[in-house]
Ligand binder design. Structure first.
Ligand SMILES: *[C@@H]1O[C@H](CO)[C@@H](O)[C@H](O)[C@H]1NC(C)=O
Ligand SMILES: *[C@@H]1O[C@H](CO)[C@@H](O)[C@H](O)[C@H]1NC(C)=O
Ligand SMILES: *[C@@H]1O[C@H](CO)[C@@H](O)[C@H](O)[C@H]1NC(C)=O
Ligand SMILES: *[C@@H]1O[C@H](CO)[C@@H](O)[C@H](O)[C@H]1NC(C)=O
Ligand SMILES: *[C@@H]1O[C@H](CO)[C@@H](O)[C@H](O)[C@H]1NC(C)=O
Ligand SMILES: *[C@@H]1O[C@H](CO)[C@@H](O)[C@H](O)[C@H]1NC(C)=O
Length: 934
């Protein structure tokens, strides 16, 4: 037996070899691929058998029996990119984009893929640093790692990628300097002489923009360094990109000094963004930039006296944004201006004069908050008014009348009901400002359709909607729906080929939308029938027969192996908490668990890569939270108690017993626990879309429209109702807040962090006297005064949460308390109760948020001073249901919500769901109150 088991892995390999004699796939590649995907979840259903090349597995392409392409974007894959990837040594293309469930670090071994030409890992869940070894991919031309959570420095080894054309590292948390080569012979980005794209925006890069980064041997078209912490001045060497440079974004940094005067020789430059810096001196002279369309110099310290002449003389100029400076003097348009002008925004300067002569204003001129608009009667002038937001747009139908679709299907522009592939299409430099001119949208729609046709992808039509300029990034974002042709869903081939066109920049947008990026939402595609039986190759048939035989042998062997492992496991009793509890009589009998399992310390250590830093997803007073993957690929969040927050054995047992009995779709469920080697760990299901707080603040990139907000409210209310009324014993949460509401793949709300020693003891039903615990801003004042805890305290916090959802403001912000602010502004005689100014502006875009008045009324009932005046959680849930019905949505439908992300992710410090570091405890009657950090 012992002998047999040692031989087991060798035997497996041998059998595969036998099998593969008949298969087309190189055996080494098949072994590597199997190992790579073994722990992945949600694999396409045609990934069966042992011959990916011969049987055309979805997304996998081969040349001469070697695997050369893994094109797997948008397939909802869950798992990690393991080091096994290194053995696919002929790989040319690797694309895992938009699989948000692919997490962990990018393995160092990726550097062994010497033939890799294109690497796209856009919008996944990668964490940790970019490995240095990436500089060994000498053939790489396309590298897109944007929209992950990568940190650390930009490795200077990237300078060794002498064939690189496209470099996109935007929307991560990269820090440190932009590396340039030095005289010690170390490489840097200045050596990328074939690069046309440096997209490094939305990171935490610091230090100066190195002057040696640009020289006339380079052919850069797009240089995007926006939203970092770069300082120093703008290097004059930028002007050496005279023949190629089209878009520059240096906005949202800490750049200072003057703008170098030689920049105006950049004849090809079309868009320049320098806003939100500390640039000074007079406005740069841009005469000479003959291709210029879009200029944003706002929010700097420029102090010219008159507005320079290029504003009216450059021929292609559409947009000039100079607001928030110290410009004085006159805007003189009397000798005419270019007919392409759409917007001049000079708000918040010191202008005293506007000279129009005989000219009419054919563009949008904004002069509010200038001296000129303070004169008598000036406020009536159109240019003194505060401008409107972007008008809504949604692709109209092609002359047909839209059907009403069931089952959350959506009507395509051709009036067919289907499930489109949805995502956010964002321009990093949209060069127009006339948003009511829908011809721009039409042109994008047309160019998308052309691209799909050219790639022979069966697309019925595309639609665009929800145009929005994200204020923190200035990116222009549209929701893109791509409808499948003659079917109501894409299959896995359909979705991955469609996504690939966007992740690999095969789609080329019109100039005015370029450069762009796309982030696809999770999509439920058709699996398709497992293949194999259809195959006509004799080889494949022989293979299939062999496969069955091999399978039988393997099954027997595996069975024996499992039995043996089990025996071994039961023999070793140390580490089994059931045993520990029995031995330690003081803690009573083994815990009674329903559905939750125990894990050994070693298992957890393995699942978390030895508690690797890279797996940390949160930390706080209680200890650390790690992300882990179970052997089946299931992701979990592991809460590891620190020394101070350990409970006694009895308390810990009581807690897991209780948590294991709590099962509700709106509550984060306990998968198991570990109680060994002096550790206490709780293993929870992993909830992929982060906290509600991160969504509301724009950190997580989840877009919350009004209906989603209503549904999240309902989910939280139902979870709490369960805790209050159906859990036995009942549980008072005590710390309801937006960072304790998590969102799953379908944006269903799940309440987290309940049950931490907060049980209601039966005999004390009604109230519990306990140390006051909670978070400022959400805390029930009655509980705080009396220390009598009841379910109504949760209701109070829930009311605050509702107001937070409607306003996207923190409960206490700049010393203002949301409850009081809403009451102060509210006027029930007015439209939307006069709350426009305080509501989250994004829910006001487009259609009016229906039911908002009733929503706010309910919230205010929940925060009544006396607990007795507040509704129960069940009553609140009922009212929200009826509001949702009023909106015309079925409150029990789930899949209406898909995950749309927008490109604010990566801004600031991501904070994880399970982190709880803003929690604090009061003690005594007059506690010192610590306000939540802002
Ligand atoms: C870059 O390439 C050179 C030459 O191949 C090599 O000597 C050097 O070690 C590489 N540098 C890095 C940082 O990878
Ligand atoms: C530009 O920089 C690269 C890398 O430092 C160098 O190889 C090249 O010779 C430089 N070109 C010019 C014109 O200075
Ligand atoms: C830029 O910031 C760094 C810190 O990141 C600082 O050491 C340096 O002095 C700053 N330079 C300028 C020119 O402000
Ligand atoms: C412009 O900024 C630079 C760098 O911060 C500073 O040294 C200089 O004094 C400023 N000039 C003016 C005119 O404010
Ligand atoms: C701009 O600021 C500088 C430094 O404060 C000052 O010397 C100069 O006169 C100002 N220019 C104008 C036009 O106000
Ligand atoms: C997927 O759909 C396309 C187009 O509808 C079809 O041609 C193809 O055969 C399908 N593939 C599978 C594996 O079902």
């Amino acid at each position: 037996m012992e002998q047999q088991l040692k031989v087991f892995p060798i035997l497996v390999l041998l059998l595969f070899q036998v099998l593969l004699v008949a298969a087309q796939t190189d055996s080494g590649d098949f072994t590597a691929l199997s190992s790579l995907i073994q722990s992945w979840k949600n694999k396409p259903s045609d990934w069966v058998g042992s011959d990916p090349c011969g049987s055309d597995w979805d997304g996998i392409r081969c040349t001469n029996s070697r695997i050369t392409e893994l094109k797997l974007p948008g397939l909802n894959l869950v798992g990690q990119l393991s080091s096994a990837i290194q053995s696919l040594s002929e790989l040319d293309t690797l694309d895992l984009s938009y699989n948000t469930g692919i997490t962990g670090t990018i393995p160092r071994e990726i550097g062994n893929l010497k033939n890799l030409n294109s690497l796209a890992l856009v919008g996944c869940g990668f964490i940790g640093p970019i490995p240095d070894s990436i500089g060994s991919l000498k053939k790489l031309t396309f590298l897109a790692l944007n929209s992950n959570k990568l940190n650390g420095n930009i490795p200077r080894s990237l300078g060794n990628l002498s064939n690189l054309d496209w470099l996109d590292l935007a929307d991560n948390q990269l820090e440190g300097p932009i590396p340039v080569s030095n005289d010690q012979g170390q490489p840097g980005l200045d050596m990328l002489l074939k690069a046309q794209h440096f997209h490094l925006g939305n990171n935490k890069l610091s230090g100066p923009i190195p002057p040696t980064l640009f020289n006339s041997s380079m052919i850069l078209e797009h240089v995007l360094f926006d939203n970092n912490q770069l300082n120093g001045s703008i290097p004059s060497t930028l002007s050496s990109l005279v023949n190629t440079l089209e878009v520059v974004r240096f906005d949202r940094n800490k750049l200072s000094g003057r703008v170098p005067s030689n920049l105006n020789n950049l004849e090809k430059l079309s868009e320049i963004y320098l806003s939100h810096n500390e640039l000074n001196g007079s406005l740069p002279n841009l005469n000479g930039m003959n291709s210029l369309t879009y200029v944003d110099l706002s929010d700097n310290n420029f102090n010219s006296s008159d507005i320079p002449s290029w504003v009216s003389s450059l021929k292609d100029l559409t947009t000039v944004i100079l607001k928030d400076n110290q410009l004085s003097g006159t805007l003189n348009l009397s000798s005419g201006y270019s007919s392409s002008l759409q917007l001049i925004d000079l708000q918040n300067n010191d202008l005293t004069n506007l000279e129009l002569g005989n000219q009419k204003l054919n563009f949008d001129l904004r002069l509010a908050q200038n001296k000129i608009c303070l004169e008598n009667g000036a406020s009536e002038k159109s240019y003194c008014k505060i401008p409107q937001t972007i008008p809504s747009y949604s692709t109209p139908t092609n002359g047909c009348s839209p059907p009403s679709c069931s089952d959350n299907q959506i009507a395509s522009p051709n009036c067919k009901c289907a499930f489109p592939y949805i995502g956010n299409l964002s321009s990093r430099a949209f060069s127009f400002s006339n948003y009511s001119n829908t011809s721009y949208y039409k042109e994008i729609e047309q160019s998308l359709m052309d691209a799909f046709r050219k790639q022979k992808i069966a697309v019925d039509s595309v639609s665009l909607s929800n145009p929005i300029k994200i204020s923190s990034t200035d990116n222009f974002q549209l929701t893109l729906n791509i409808f499948p042709f003659q079917t109501d869903r894409f299959n896995s081939t359909g979705v991955s080929t469609t996504a690939f066109v966007l992740s690999n920049q095969i789609y080329k947008p019109p100039e005015f939308f370029s450069p762009y990026f796309f982030i696809g939402a999770n999509y439920e595609y058709y699996g398709g029938e497992p293949k194999g039986s259809k195959s006509s190759h004799t080889g494949a048939i022989v293979g299939a027969v062999l496969a069955v035989l091999v399978f039988l042998v393997l099954a027997v062997l595996a069975g024996m192996y499992v039995v043996r492992q089990k025996r071994r496991a039961t023999r070793s009793s140390e580490g089994n908490p059931f045993v520990n509890w029995e031995q330690n009589k003081s803690s009573g009998a083994a815990p009674q668990l329903k559905g939750a399992r125990w894990f050994s310390f070693d298992e957890i250590r393995k699942y978390t890569n030895n508690f690797a830093e890279a797996n940390t997803i949160g930390s706080g007073g209680y200890g650390q939270v790690y992300q882990g993957a179970l052997p089946g690929g299931e992701l979990v969040a592991i809460k590891r108690a620190g020394k101070e927050s350990m409970q006694g054995a009895v308390e810990f047992k009581t807690e897991i017993e209780l948590l294991s009995r709590v099962h509700h779709k709106n509550l984060v469920s306990l998968v198991g626990f570990c109680y060994e080697k002096g550790e206490q760990m709780l293993v929870y299901e992993y909830v992929p879309n982060g906290t509600l707080m991160d969504s509301l603040s724009g950190k997580s990139g989840i877009w919350m429209d009004w209906i989603r907000r209503l549904k999240v409210t309902l989910g939280a209310a139902r979870g709490l109702t369960y805790l209050h009324e159906l859990a036995n014993p009942p549980i008072i949460h005590r710390d309801i807040k937006s960072s304790n509401i998590l969102l799953d793949n379908h944006l269903i709300a799940k309440v987290a962090d309940f049950g931490l020693s907060k049980l209601l003891v039966d005999s004390e039903r009604g109230h519990v006297t306990t140390q006051v615990k909670g978070t400022m801003g959400y805390l029930d004042p009655e509980y705080y005064m009396t220390q009598q805890l009841t379910e109504k305290s949760d209701v109070y916090s829930f009311g605050v949460l509702m107001l937070e959802l409607a306003t996207a403001r923190k409960p206490i912000e700049q010393g203002k308390y949301i409850v009081r602010e809403v009451m102060r502004v509210m006027d029930t005689s007015k439209e939307l109760y006069n709350l426009h100014s305080i509501l989250d502006q994004s829910i006001l875009i487009g259609t009016r948020p229906k039911g908002l008045e009733r929503y706010v009324e309910l919230a205010l009932r929940c925060v009544k001073e006396y607990a007795a005046d507040r509704p129960t959680m069940a009553e609140a849930a009922k009212e929200i249901e009826s509001i949702i019905e009023l909106v015309g949505v079925n409150p029990n439908s789930e899949s209406a919500s898909t995950t749309e992300t927008y490109e604010e992710a990566g801004v600031g410090d991501a904070k994880h769901p399970y982190a709880n570091d803003d929690e604090f405890e009061y003690s005594g009657i007059f506690p010192s109150i610590r306000v939540e950090p802002q």
